[in-house]
Design a protein around this ligand. Structure first.
Ligand SMILES: Nc1ncnc2c1ncn2[C@@H]1O[C@H](COP(=O)(O)OP(=O)(O)OP(=O)(O)O)[C@@H](O)[C@H]1O
Length: 233
């Protein structure tokens, strides 16, 4: 039974404190849905969870080990789907999936690609170059990618953007199948996705006004006067 948790996380983007004091916990088969207004930090949190962005404070652990101690090992266990579909325009859909599969060192790649194309109902597009795909078809291709190779954790940033209503149902079904195999899914969405009993993590509850945060962390206040001794250091 895998265990993925974060404690007392603070995230800074640029000079802005996005959220603070955020904790979460998930075990095999769990789903967490991230909610919050635009700019609340859902994408930032997913990037922190993926180890692509370091938190300003707090830590994230997989089975008790800080993910930053072994970023490569963490990335091998997860599939991250960001806003960008990252579909190469000159490669066919099949070759895009082949490239991703090769990067993950997948063995039976052709078999896995066929299964992923079927699951996303894009077999008919397998020889079409990325540049000719519609935005929904690109999103389906990106979703097919997360099915290739073994993974224990899906981090999905608005997975249904650009998809028609029927495809949203397919995404919910894929999530259910992954959870049934023991996977952990954390996703952001602005629509209601038919996922069974996800834990809701509302980022709006963790927004901290900058001024309040600077009072707790005066060392981060670039506008505060510093002593002559500190200036000399
Ligand atoms: N690369 C970056 N550099 C600096 N600030 C950033 C960067 N990316 C995002 N931000 C800022 O971080 C904050 C959180 O953005 P984020 O994209 O995580 O929010 P979100 O909840 O996913 O928003 P949305 O619902 O609009 O997708 C925003 O204020 C944004 O301007």
């Amino acid at each position: 039974m895998a265990d993925f948790s974060g404690s007392d996380l603070t995230c800074l983007r640029g000079e802005r404190l996005v959220f603070g004091g955020l904790s979460f916990a998930a075990r095999s088969g769990d789903a967490i849905v991230l909610r919050g207004r635009n700019g609340a930090g859902k994408s930032s949190l997913l990037r922190v969870m993926a180890g692509l962005l370091s938190p300003r404070a707090g830590q994230i652990c997989w089975d008790g080990e800080n993910i930053l101690e072994d970023r490569i090992g963490h990335q091998a266990r997860l599939q991250y789907l960001g806003h960008q579909d990252a579909v190469k325009p000159v490669l066919s859909v099949r070759d895009n999936l082949r490239l991703w599969g090769q990067m993950r060192g997948v063995d039976d790649l052709d078999g896995e690609i066929d299964a992923a194309l079927d699951a996303l109902d894009i077999h008919h597009l397998s020889r079409v170059a990325g540049r000719y795909l519609s935005s929904g078809q690109k999103r389906r291709t990106a979703l097919a990618r997360i099915l290739i190779g073994q993974s224990d954790l899906w981090l999905l940033d608005e997975p249904t953007v650009g998809l028609d209503r029927e495809s949203c149902g397919e995404v919910a079904r894929l999530i259910a199948e992954f959870r049934a195999r023991g996977g952990i899914v954390i996703y952001s969405t602005h629509i209601d996705l038919d996922v069974d009993a996800p834990t809701v993590l509302d980022l709006d509850e963790f927004a901290i006004p900058m001024v309040e945060w600077l009072m707790e962390h005066p060392e981060m206040d670039g506008s505060a006067p510093i002593s002559a001794q500190e200036a000399a250091q």
